[in-house]
Design a protein around this ligand. Structure first.
Ligand SMILES: *[C@@H]1O[C@H](CO)[C@@H](O)[C@H](O)[C@H]1NC(C)=O
Ligand SMILES: *[C@@H]1O[C@H](CO)[C@@H](O)[C@H](O)[C@H]1NC(C)=O
Ligand SMILES: *[C@@H]1O[C@H](CO)[C@@H](O)[C@H](O)[C@H]1NC(C)=O
Ligand SMILES: *[C@@H]1O[C@H](CO)[C@@H](O)[C@H](O)[C@H]1NC(C)=O
Ligand SMILES: *[C@@H]1O[C@H](CO)[C@@H](O)[C@H](O)[C@H]1NC(C)=O
Ligand SMILES: *[C@@H]1O[C@H](CO)[C@@H](O)[C@H](O)[C@H]1NC(C)=O
Length: 523
């Protein structure tokens, strides 16, 4: 007769005997009013002797009062759970659809601590109980079924605490608000299949997963389209937002518009037939000279323009205007080049600031060096050599500009133009168009007898520099000998002569030297 229910009921009967009115009051009233009977100690000691596995027998110090309270709750709960015969057995806790009393019984932690071993099933479903997982329930480690479905439990489920419940085969946590489990691959989820967790919040819901997948599927292409679109826009409109190596020498109308503040008047520095010159500031703060050609040209010519620009950007010499790139749009063609402060050219410089002899000579030498570089490296590139088109850099270096790719004019013609350029600088006189020959003849006729009358009198000449000036005029005159080209000096010779004139030791030597002799020695 030492079975678990029997032992339990021994206790039960003794209580009933002591307090016959036990089922007439509520559990709260009974807990407050009933006292353990005098022989209570003897009763439970006897129980433990018969069945040592009873939970209260194993608690370290037997608290008789607490054990008595436990028996009161147990007897009420057994009756509430409609067990067929509480005198014989208490096999299930069935509190389905009893939202009013469930929280009360869950609060009796001493009951769960001594959970009767006879209980095999606990059903607390459909009670809308709020709060965290009722962990006390798991102290009934022998149960085979646990139903907590259709409640409003939230927070984590203590998955690890389920491992001692080795007889649990039916678990239902469905329809709750638990937090999604981070251990979704644990043993626990293999033990109970998904029907235990329907809408429990514990497993990632398939619907949400599907929604996420749909969102991802929709968003990813949009994202890609945006990225590609952005990149495309940058490539077409604002390559300056791309790394330098991606844009090379290409400028777009948008870039030029941004650089010149929408082609504002304050950035317009010059204008001549069909060409407008702007000062521009690129995105990285770099100042540039932007030459815009408003003239419409055919597609064929635009292609040619781009080909030419591709060549010109490769030119690299201190006396050539550095070209950074170009814009070749249907509506706008432009060349973007090095910015020179004040935007002055040689013509303005000579007439305006009357530079001394040495400075003029330096400019002439620079131009000759630029021409020599082009002749040696880029014989196909021509240029418009006039005092108005040769610019001055920030450190007073002359810069040849206005290049022409595929120029047919031969070197004789170019040297002749250099001669005219030289004579203009020396005399500060600009011959009218078509009268160049007469201008040269005039100088040829007068310079030997009266050099002073020919050259720009604002140059302060010493005896030494006077000889140099005369010699320079002679070089200029020889350059203009287009018809007898064998008389023309080569660019190489011109650069050499001028380098020697500018060399500091030259002062001393040439002061003892006649101009004529020096001349003969050189040419
Ligand atoms: C015991 O259970 C019966 C039937 O389930 C019920 O009528 C009775 O009121 C219950 N007694 C107590 C004290 O809850
Ligand atoms: C209960 O009885 C046992 C012996 O039967 C005794 O050792 C123990 O002290 C008693 N406990 C109380 C609380 O009276
Ligand atoms: C849950 O309880 C409500 C009343 O609280 C009841 O109407 C409903 O039928 C119950 N559902 C189940 C599945 O027992
Ligand atoms: C599971 O059931 C068996 C047989 O009824 C029992 O021996 C065992 O103690 C139970 N396990 C737990 C954890 O209660
Ligand atoms: C889940 O397990 C129960 C038995 O434990 C079974 O009756 C049911 O068919 C299973 N459901 C699924 C979806 O595997
Ligand atoms: C858990 O409860 C829900 C709702 O009451 C039900 O649909 C489901 O089948 C139950 N699952 C199991 C394993 O009993």
């Amino acid at each position: 007769m030492a079975s678990i229910p029997a032992s339990f009921l021994l206790l039960f009967v003794s209580i009933s005997a002591t307090a016959y009115t036990i089922f007439s009051a509520t559990v709260i009233e009974d807990l407050a009013n009933l006292k353990p009977p005098p022989n209570f100690n003897a009763t439970i000691t006897n129980n433990c002797l018969h069945n040592p596995s009873l939970r209260y027998c194993n608690s370290p110090a037997m608290d008789l009062h607490e054990i008595f309270r436990f028996t009161i709750v147990a007897s009420h709960l057994c009756n509430e759970s409609k067990n067929p015969n509480c005198v014989e057995t208490f096999s299930e806790i069935d509190l389905r659809n009893r939202p009013k009393i469930v929280p009360l019984y869950l609060s009796f932690s001493f009951f769960w601590k001594y959970c009767p071993l006879s209980i095999v099933s606990i059903d607390l479903s459909n009670n809308s109980i709020k709060g965290s997982f009722p962990a006390d329930v798991l102290l009934c480690t022998q149960i085979q079924a646990l139903d907590l479905s259709r409640n409003e439990f939230s927070g984590d489920v203590p998955i690890q605490s389920f491992s001692p419940l080795s007889n649990l085969t039916l678990l239902n946590l469905s329809f709750n608000h638990f937090s999604e489990s981070k251990l979704s691959d644990s043993e626990f989820f293999k033990r109970f299949n998904s029907s235990s967790f329907i809408h429990s919040g514990l497993l990632p819901s398939r619907k949400r997963f599907r929604l996420n997948a749909v969102i991802l599927l929709l968003c990813f292409p949009i994202f890609i389209v945006l990225i590609v679109g952005g990149f495309w826009w940058c490539c077409l409109q604002r390559p300056d937002f791309l790394p330098r190596m991606c844009r090379r020498h290409r400028f777009t109308p948008y870039m030029l518009k941004a650089a010149t503040d929408e082609f504002s008047k304050k950035n317009l520095v010059g204008k001549s037939d069909g060409i407008a010159i702007y000062r521009g500031i690129l995105r990285d703060g770099f100042k540039v000279r932007i030459e815009i050609y408003w003239k419409n040209i055919s597609g064929e010519n635009r292609r040619k323009f781009a080909e030419e620009c591709k060549v010109i950007v490769q030119l690299c010499h201190k006396n050539l205007l550095r070209v950074y790139g170009w814009c070749n749009d249907r509506k706008l063609r432009a060349i973007v080049a090095e910015w020179t402060e004040e935007e002055s050219n040689v013509e303005i410089w000579i007439s305006g600031s009357a530079p001394p002899w040495k400075r003029r000579l330096k400019v002439l030498k620079g131009v000759a060096e630029g021409m020599l570089y082009l002749e040696e490296q880029w014989p196909d590139i021509g240029y418009d050599l006039r005092t108005s088109t040769v610019l001055l850099s920030n450190n007073q270096e002359p810069l040849i500009s206005r290049f022409k790719v595929g120029d047919r004019s031969n070197i004789t013609k170019r040297i002749c133009l250099f001669g005219l350029f030289l004579l203009e600088i020396m005399t500060n006189t600009k011959p009218l168009e078509g009268f160049e020959e007469r201008f040269v003849e005039f100088i040829r006729a007068h310079y030997t007898g009266n050099l002073q009358a020919v050259i720009d009198e604002r140059m302060k000449m010493t005896e030494n520099t006077f000889d140099q000036a005369k010699q320079t005029i002679e070089i200029g005159l020889m350059c203009t000998e287009q018809t007898r080209s064998h008389q023309q000096p080569s660019l190489y010779e011109i650069v050499n002569i001028m380098t020697r004139m500018l060399a500091p030791q030259n002062h001393k030597r040439s002061s003892h030297c006649e101009g004529g002799r020096a001349h003969r020695a050189i040419i």
